[in-house]
Design a protein around this ligand. Sequence first.
Ligand code: HDD
Length: 751
Amino acid sequence: MEDHRPVTPENREDRPKGEIPGRPSSATPPLEEPTEPREPLPPKPDQTGPEPVSPTGRHTGAHPTVRAQTGARLTTAQGLRLPETDHSLKAGPRGPVLLQDHHLREKITHFDHERIPERVVHARGAAAHGVFRGYGTASNVSRAAFLAKDVETPVFVRFSTVLGSRGSADTVRDTRGFATKFYTSEGVFDLVGNNIPVFFIQDAIKFPDIIHAGKPHPDREIPQAQSAHDTFWDFVSLHTEATFHTLWNMSDRGIPRSYRMMEGFGVHTFRMVDAAGGTTLVKFHWKPRAGVHSLVWEEAQLANGVDPDFHRRDLADAIEAGAHPQWELGIQTFPDTPEQTFEGIDLLDPTKIVPEELAPVQPVGLLTLNANPSDFFAETEQVAFHPGHLVPGIDITDDALLAGRLFSYIDTQITRLGGPKFGQIPINRTHAPVNDMLRDGMHQQAVHTGVAPYHPNSLDGGCPFLAGADAGGYVETPVTVPESRKVREAPASFADHFSQPRLFWLSMSPVEREHIIGAYTFELGKCYEQHIKERVLRTLANIDPVLCEKVAEGIGLPAPSPSEPLTEHEASPALSQVGGSWPVTGRIVGIVADDSSDLDSVRAVRDAVTERGMVPLVIAPSGKKLGTAGGDPVTVQRTFAAARSVEFDAVLLAGTPSAAADAVGARDAKAGDETPGGAAPDPRVLLLVGEAFRHAKAIGGWGGAERALEAAGCSPSAPGVVLGDTAVGTLNDVGQLLTEHRVWDRFPAQV
Ligand code: HDD
């Protein structure tokens, strides 16, 4: 029988993180091909085919599970059982292949058409199923049923990068998509947001421009998934409304540690409508329970090579291990006045935030991701979001960026998913009853009854009847449209492109400012055109002279003076990621050990890591269990050759039974790559520890570990390096450091 147990502290050791249930692993004997048929897993509800009963109660003849795997025997697409699939039908073993081989033709034809166009943006992503529970706290501003107290709504969330193609790496510097499909009782509501609360442009007509500039150069198609190239910086420096979004990208927000540790934002201002028709303007926020954390740039670059699936793997592993990621949905609310401004901030301008100190985020519900997709293509690839998928109680505003999106998302699915019927694909199906009058078209899945798909009719008894607000109908808010002329213009307030970037810069801690300077210096260092670099420096001068000077110094150009007056701001602490203390659940702790280590302390610390909700990974010279000579052998999850620092949030170096003995990593010289003379720390351990140190990660050790630390170039007296008397005592201190995500004091603060 296959093992589908969730990973628990009890069985975790037998199933190293990331290994898929039922597939061969280092800990389970290799699986031979079974000789007896076995039933596959039953299809999930959303993998089943069309409802076999029509809205009028008549059986349609369709089989509900026909589109998922059923039974243990191989069949054609028509359900014909097959005796063979490894050889084409031939006229003799050495003879020509016969055209009459239907199975061959069907198999190859299907394969030839397996790929669909990737998303034009946000092509690379990862997703998960979950549930949203309303707190009821939004019920005074919105009549949306899914926001009511304790209502539970299934959701599907897809996270993504923007620029890279489907096979690109995860930890590139980029904006992240955060799109949520709520399968509410009133129809699908899609909140299609990002991890950055502002956008590059104020009007959707500019979207092709910013994306053409950000995507690889059209001649050589490089660089992949990067903004560090001339066309991107050419556009954003000429089009200065992009300044704020670009600054967020250059901050640590552009390289999140995990999808689980990102904020999400609806970006636009939406309009909520209460049961009595009263309206409130709102901005949506997702607040991660795990805190908002980022990689450091070198770590992100290493991860792109060492593990291009870093974020995808992290999300799937956490869910499989039972560390279900959670976010609170929150709203900032603003009075729905004719001006649609709040404290002077234009709420229709998607390049502006409203600082949380001015309008606190009020929690309205909890999102929990608790299941991984079982078919990447069917679910993650085919899911189709659309900002126009709204439910009663949530309406749009006249944001010109949102207006274009309302067109684009339905339009793009027609190319991507092959026609207008994408709403019938299982992952896109609403959980509310459907009774539309849309008929026919490519890939029609529904089998309709009745003769009158038009309104009004008398032949189908007048069905379907219309629904007013009292019957759950979606009634657009009757807002007054200001009398005006047709123009291609933006409001005057949209011309302010620098005051909020300056607010952001002034709200950063010194270490975050260092990272921003480093990011601009790196990106501009990758550009070839001097006039583009000079133009970017002119925009930076309007954010802050120190930022401009430091970047100018880094790229070897003179720093220009500001062309606009610098604005004064109170810092907005909510913008900074530094400070605060966060749960350590799901954090990865590497435990470096070998056969000479004090294995009792390794077992104790491994179990203590698990008890605290973190994930221990034992790293050893080879995959062989440690301590096989006696006692309870310790399973190894990573070998020195396969482990790289980027995977671990903290590293522990196990000591030897005697503190005077050699440090961890010490071993006798045996093979060619080992340090001659023996008893020297393994160079791969030194690399791992040295990188962890450079990336300001907590490092701990006991029982003689200082030797390896010193050899790795990290002073045992440096901030965030713990040399403990016992393994668990060391872990206690390291766990405390992890609550702050990184050892911020280890970065030199110069600005
Ligand atoms: Fe978009 C995908 C988020 C502006 C056109 N967008 C897409 C996805 C996210 C966003 C998260 C991926 C959805 C998924 O996982 O399938 N987009 C945003 C945000 C925006 C924004 C937060 C500004 C506030 N987008 C925007 C504009 C346009 C588009 C202005 C076009 C005028 N976006 C698209 C698209 C995509 C898309 C071409 C590609 C794939 C898809 O829609 O389904 O239609």
